[in-house]
Design a protein around this ligand. Structure first.
Ligand SMILES: Nc1ncnc2c1ncn2[C@@H]1O[C@H](COP(=O)(O)OP(=O)(O)OP(=O)(O)O)[C@@H](O)[C@H]1O
Ligand SMILES: [Mg+2]
Length: 256
């Protein structure tokens, strides 16, 4: 049975998509069968995996709103073991269209039941807000990976983030747990990065990954080529970091 995981932080631009794309690719490289679901109308993950969002036949919108079989929407990527359910701009409407549905927060969860036995991990890239799309992701998930950018403002959002997860746990999904907190754009030469790490550890303790992701220009370039970092530049610091993260992630599964 697949473990279902959301990559979530309501703050924008912290590295959710970068982490989704590159962790999924690194896990596939480790031999895990992975499905990545893009539930963000920006569809950045979709293009990050090299899927043309202007030219896909079916998307997650068709599943959530039109009730299509999710199996029909799964696209194979160039990387073995790695599959994607794409999004496109149409998904902007889903937030409003879902609002009138009875099972509006549980729609995705029902659809995922059909494919849970086909993958080792199903990882969902969330938008930077707590609307119905993120709620569908969090309601479907056993755990959540929280990327945090190593800058001062991130700390201001952490309290809110913990509150959000508590709220979802209380109302929609009692089994939701934190998979891991990932420090992104880390620069060990700056006091600020070091301080942010210390503060984040106060909140999340042993849930903080030992692996940190450095600021690395290759990670920012890779999406414009539609390639995960392990394909775009496997020798880069960013690639090394995500491969290390995948190993730590897998080790954590054994101890849980
Ligand atoms: N470690 C890194 N080094 C360099 N650039 C990075 C790194 N992580 C992310 N970026 C860049 O920062 C920007 C934001 O990252 P990303 O899109 O992954 O964040 P996000 O949380 O998914 O954003 P949104 O909230 O809009 O969905 C992107 O341009 C990305 O390429
Ligand atoms: Mg994103």
């Amino acid at each position: 049975m697949a473990k279902i995981i959301s990559v979530f932080n309501q703050k924008g631009g912290v590295g959710k998509t970068t982490t989704n794309v590159n962790l999924c690719a690194a896990l596939a490289l480790e031999g895990k069968k992975v499905l990545s679901i893009d539930i963000d109308p920006q569809a950045n993950s979709t293009s990050g995996f090299g899927v043309d969002k202007n030219n896909v036949e079916f998307t997650i919108y068709d599943v959530l709103i039109n009730g299509y079989d999710i199996n029909k929407t799964i696209v194979k990527t160039e990387i073995e073991n790695l599959y994607v359910v794409p999004a496109n701009i149409q998904l902007w409407g889903a937030e409003i269209e879902l609002a009138t549905s009875v099972e509006r927060e549980r729609t995705l969860r029902e659809h995922l039941k059909k494919i849970k036995d086909k993958f080792d991990f199903i990882i969902i890239d969330c938008p930077p807000s707590l609307g119905l799309l993120s709620l569908n992701a969090l309601t479907s998930s056993q755990t959540v990976i929280i990327p945090i950018q190593c800058e001062y403002y991130s700390l201001e959002g952490v309290g809110q983030l913990i509150e959000t997860i508590r709220l979802v746990k209380r109302t929609l999904n009692s089994e939701l747990d934190v998979e891991g907190v990932l420090l992104n754009m880390y620069d060990g030469r700056t006091n600020l990065s070091i301080q942010v790490v210390e503060e984040v550890k106060k909140y999340f303790k042993n849930k903080v990954y030992r692996t940190v992701i450095p600021r690395n220009i290759r990670l920012a370039e890779a999406p414009s080529f539609g390639q995960p970092i392990i394909i775009y530049d496997d020798k880069s610091k960013g690639s090394e970091a995500y491969k290390k993260l995948a190993k730590e992630f897998i080790d954590n599964q054994d101890t849980k």
